[in-house]
Design a protein around this ligand. Structure first.
Ligand SMILES: NC(=O)c1ccc[n+]([C@@H]2O[C@H](COP(=O)([O-])OP(=O)(O)OC[C@H]3O[C@@H](n4cnc5c(N)ncnc54)[C@H](OP(=O)(O)O)[C@@H]3O)[C@@H](O)[C@H]2O)c1
Length: 319
């Protein structure tokens, strides 16, 4: 009986292994549009796909980001300014991509643009803080995907949505985790609905990496803004030294977990674009594989206890 189970498992693993390694033969006629190419993963992916011969259509938020990307890449790579929270900007990007691809359609859409701040205790947030983050990470992904679907259908293309391990486990307050849960759910429904049209949808779930998004100064500055605008009563319930302790924990987490090797994430994005059979989910980074994703399967009370003991406790806590 055990031998049979072992044999079936081995066969399954072998088939998966060989299937996963089958790649498309040429990328020369393939157009890929990426959002958030100014910095971080998007910037690195644009450069790497450009080197591989893809036609990269790089969406940048700023002129500065677009110019510096252009200087570092081949004349094949084209840039366009896009703010994923602005419907008019998205419409213009679709028009531009349509002109660039001619009759070929769009082979790849990478929804990478994202913001994180403010993150912090839920009670410190205003509704606008949630709206701001979800506008980029959640509704931005949805609106851009919907707008590009006709071009993706034409090429039987692929969508690669950048989520996070925090889209599987809500380890901090603020809009970030919620927005990434949105990305997960939207991607699952998009994949199922567009399957019939040959469109493949992959989700990339990175752990913690050293980019602008995990910049400690920015996280600390945004935390202090939340702290300063709170009522004196709420501040007192946490205690005056709470913010300093909270920042210290964030410092520890970012220094301990943040991996400087961004290629672990771009490798996943590249596989999703190049493989004959792209995976549904990719996890990138040792912390994602060994810590965050396994934690999802633990009983919630264990995760609650661990997080409650890592984060500082309010001064006027009742338990
Ligand atoms: N770094 C991590 O640890 C980590 C972990 C999991 C998931 N992720 C995800 O990975 C993706 C890329 O982030 P990153 O780590 O590479 O950080 P990043 O360097 O800050 O890149 C994010 C990019 O998105 C752009 N952007 C921000 N708001 C935008 C908007 N409204 N419209 C269009 N573009 C906008 C930013 O432009 P500016 O630079 O000009 O602001 C920036 O180029 C994000 O979706 C993020 O949530 C990151």
């Amino acid at each position: 009986m055990w031998l049979y189970v072992l044999l079936v498992s081995f066969l399954w693993a072998a088939v998966w292994f060989f299937r996963d390694r089958q790649m498309l033969s040429s990328f020369k006629d393939k157009y890929v549009f990426i959002t958030g190419c100014d910095t971080g993963f998007g910037n690195m992916l644009a450069k790497r796909l450009d080197k591989k011969g893809f036609h990269v259509l790089a969406g940048c938020l700023t002129l500065k980001g677009a110019d510096s990307l252009k200087r570092a890449t081949s004349p094949n790579l084209r840039t366009m300014l896009i703010d994923v929270t602005n419907s008019e900007s998205i419409r213009k990007a679709v028009e531009w991509v349509q002109t660039e691809v001619g009759g070929k359609g769009l082979f790849g859409l990478v929804n990478n643009a994202g913001v994180a701040n403010p993150i912090g205790p839920t009670e410190w947030m205003h509704i606008e803080d949630y709206r701001k983050v979800m506008a980029v990470n959640g509704f931005g992904v949805i609106e851009v995907s919907l707008a590009f679907l006709p071009l993706l259908k034409q090429a039987r293309g692929r969508v690669v949505n950048v989520s996070s391990v925090l889209g599987r486990i809500a380890a901090n307050g603020g809009g970030y985790c919620i927005s990434k849960y949105m990305v997960e759910a939207f991607s699952d429904s998009l994949r199922r609905d567009m399957y019939h049209f040959g469109i493949k949808v992959s989700i990339v779930e990175p752990g913690f990496f050293k980019t602008g998004l995990t910049n400690l100064e920015a996280i600390e500055a945004s935390l202090r803004q939340l702290w300063d605008r709170m009522s004196p009563e709420t501040r007192q319930s946490y205690g005056e030294d709470f913010i300093a302790k909270y920042v210290k924990v964030q410092n520890f987490i970012m220094n301990f977990f943040c991996d400087p090797d961004l290629s672990k994430v771009t490798n996943c994005m590249e596989h999703a674009l190049q493989a004959r059979h792209p995976r549904t989910r990719y996890s990138a980074g040792w912390d994602a594989k060994l810590l965050w994703l396994p934690a999802i399967y633990l009983p919630a009370f264990i995760v609650d206890i661990v997080l409650a003991n890592i984060l500082p406790k309010p001064a006027r806590r009742v338990r």
